[in-house]
Design a protein around this ligand. Structure first.
Ligand SMILES: NC(=O)c1ccc[n+]([C@@H]2O[C@H](COP(=O)([O-])OP(=O)(O)OC[C@H]3O[C@@H](n4cnc5c(N)ncnc54)[C@H](OP(=O)(O)O)[C@@H]3O)[C@@H](O)[C@H]2O)c1
Length: 250
C-alpha cells in the first residue's frame, strides 16, 4: 500500500469490482489507501477480493446488489454510505445483431450500463456536493462511438452513459464534484474471455498497438481521474483504446 498517496483516507464505491476492469480499479485504489466498497453480485469473488486487499494492507468491504434492479441499486447506494469517489464499472455486453436482440436484452443492458450509474449518481452526488468535493468516473466504451455490425444496444447504452457524464459534469461541477469517463477499447477480462473463448486473441488486432488493453491500464486512468492531478478535468471522455486503426487499406 502507498501510504503517501494523495488519495489516502478517501472512500470509494466501485461497481462491478468482482471482475475485470472494476476489480483492477478497486485493487489500485486500495493500494493508494482508499477504503473501497467492492460491489458485484458474486459473493465468493467479492469476499475473495476483500481478503486479497486486506492481505496487501488495504481496507475494503463487499456489498452485493443486482444493478438490473432499480430498488437494489438504491440499496447499494445507501449501504455504501458517504463516499468521496464513485466508479461505475459494472456492465454487460451482449454482442448480437439487432434482429435477435429482444426487449429483455435491450432493457438489461440499458438498466445496468446506463440506468444504474444514473441512480447511483442521483443518490450519491448530493452528499458529495454537500461535503464540497467528490469525483465520479463512468467506464464507457469505444462501442459508443465506433459502430460494429453487432452490439447496437450495448453501444447505445454506453453512448447514454457517456453523454450523462457530460451532463453531470455541468450539473455538479460548480459544487466541487468532477465527473469524467474513461472509454476503453477492447480489454482482456474475464468477461471478454467468457464471450470469445479461444477467439479472444482477435481483440489484439483491433487497434494500432496490436494488442488489447489490460485492466490495470484502465485502473491507472481511473486513479488519475479521481485524484487531484486531474483537478482541471471535468466532463471529459478519455479514450483508452490503443489508437483507432484507419478504415482505409494500408
Ligand atoms: N472488457 C472490455 O473489452 C471492455 C471494453 C470497453 C468497455 N468495457 C466496460 O468496462 C466495464 C467492465 O468490463 P469487464 O470486461 O471488466 O467486465 P466483466 O469481466 O464481465 O465484469 C463485469 C462486472 O460487472 C458486474 N455486473 C454485471 N452485471 C451486473 C448486474 N446485473 N448487477 C451487478 N453487477 C453486474 C459483474 O459482477 P458479478 O459477476 O459479480 O455479477 C462484474 O463485476 C463494463 O462496463 C464494460 O462495458 C469493457
Amino acid at each position: 500500500m502507498n501510504s503517501s498517496s494523495v488519495l489516502q483516507g478517501r472512500t470509494a464505491l466501485v461497481t462491478g469490482a468482482t471482475s475485470g476492469i472494476g476489480k483492477a480499479v478497486a485493487q489500485n485504489l486500495a493500494r493508494h489507501g482508499v477504503q473501497v466498497v467492492v460491489h458485484g453480485r458474486d459473493h465468493s469473488r467479492g469476499e475473495a477480493l476483500v481478503k486479497e486487499i486486506a492481505e496487501e494492507g488495504g481496507v475494503a468491504r463487499f456489498v452485493a446488489a443486482d444493478l438490473a434492479d432499480a430498488a437494489d441499486t438504491l440499496r447499494l447506494a445507501s449501504e455504501a454510505g458517504a463516499v468521496d469517489i464513485l466508479v461505475n464499472s459494472a456492465g454487460l455486453y451482449e454482442f448480437v445483431p439487432t434482429a435477435v436482440t429482444d426487449a429483455a436484452s435491450f432493457d438489461r443492458q440499458v438498466a445496468v450500463n446506463t440506468r444504474a450509474p444514473f441512480l447511483l449518481v442521483g443518490a450519491l452526488a448530493p452528499g458529495m456536493v454537500e461535503r464540497g468535493h467528490g469525483s465520479i468516473v463512468i467506464v464507457g466504451s469505444s462501442a459508443a462511438r465506433m459502430p460494429a455490425p453487432v452490439g447496437a444496444a450495448y453501444g447505445a447504452s454506453k453512448a447514454g452513459a457517456e453523454i450523462l457524464t457530460r451532463y453531470w459534469a455541468t450539473e455538479f461541477g460548480g459544487s466541487g464534484v468532477r465527473v469524467n469517463a474513461v472509454s476503453p477499447g477492447p480489454v482482456h477480462t474475464e468477461g471478454t474471455q467468457a464471450m470469445l473463448g479461444e477467439h479472444t486473441a482477435m481483440l489484439d488486432k483491433t487497434n494500432t498497438r496490436g494488442r488489447a488493453g489490460d485492466p490495470g491500464e484502465i485502473a491507472e486512468i481511473v486513479a488519475f481521474l479521481v485524484g487531484p492531478a486531474s483537478s482541471y478535468v471535468n466532463g471529459a471522455v478519455l479514450f483508452a483504446d490503443g489508437g483507432e486503426l484507419s478504415a482505409l487499406p494500408a
